[in-house]
Design a protein around this ligand. Structure first.
Ligand SMILES: [Zn+2]
Length: 202
């Protein structure tokens, strides 16, 4: 399967010229091409079709690659923290959507991993449903969140290994009530992670 043809045939027929130009820009960008390779070559817990859908959305919306800070609405921070604390022995998970690097909405998902105390996985069907919801609301996928029942909310080796979306912020939540910073966000790409400055807006 040739991903490029899939991407171009998925966008729709009314923006032919602009799309051709975007494709060209996209191919000329080493960073995006690298993302493209990561996207199609990794064996993943998320369905490949989903990766294509995400890629199409990125092409359309042109998410910026550079990221060192992210804004999060206060009610969304409270919502994902509550999600983590509602079942503190298992990892909770979900997606975060917004615009212009400001997250406005959390879309929780069911963790279908074999060992939910130590891993998270979203079923492809649910992921599709959530992605459709994000698009219908005219928002962008900006983040992915999950919790660490042991309380240490820094990326695990598995989190780094499975960070297939280099353009999103990975939020890790600690359900520990004594944790001073229970909601932290990271950029994870190419086997490395860096904490993002998270501005929680009230
Ligand atoms: Zn993790």
């Amino acid at each position: 399967m040739h991903l490029h043809s899939l991407v171009t045939s998925s966008i729709g027929s009314t923006r032919q010229e602009q799309r051709a130009k975007e494709d060209k820009n996209w191919e000329e960008s080493a960073i995006r091409v690298r993302h493209y390779e990561v996207t199609i070559t990794n064996p993943i817990s998320i369905a490949p079709e989903m990766q294509v859908a995400s890629l199409v959305e990125k092409v359309i919306q042109g998410n910026s690659y550079t990221m060192d800070e992210i804004r999060l609405a206060g009610d969304v921070a409270a919502e994902i923290l509550n999600h983590a604390r509602s079942n503190p022995d298992e990892e909770c998970c979900g997606l975060l959507a917004g615009r212009h690097r400001a997250i406005r909405r959390a879309l929780s998902a069911r963790n279908v991993a074999d060992r939910p105390a130590a891993a998270y996985e979203i079923a492809p069907r649910e992921l599709f449903r959530i992605m459709r919801e994000i698009r219908a609301a005219d928002l962008e996928l900006l983040g992915i969140y999950h919790s660490h029942p042991n309380g240490d909310n820094r990326p695990s080796p598995r989190d780094v290994e499975r960070a297939y979306y280099p353009d999103v912020a990975y939020f890790i939540i600690s359900p520990d009530p004594d944790e001073p910073q229970p909601v932290r966000a990271y950029s994870i790409r190419e086997g490395r992670w860096a904490e993002l400055e998270t501005e929680i807006q009230v």
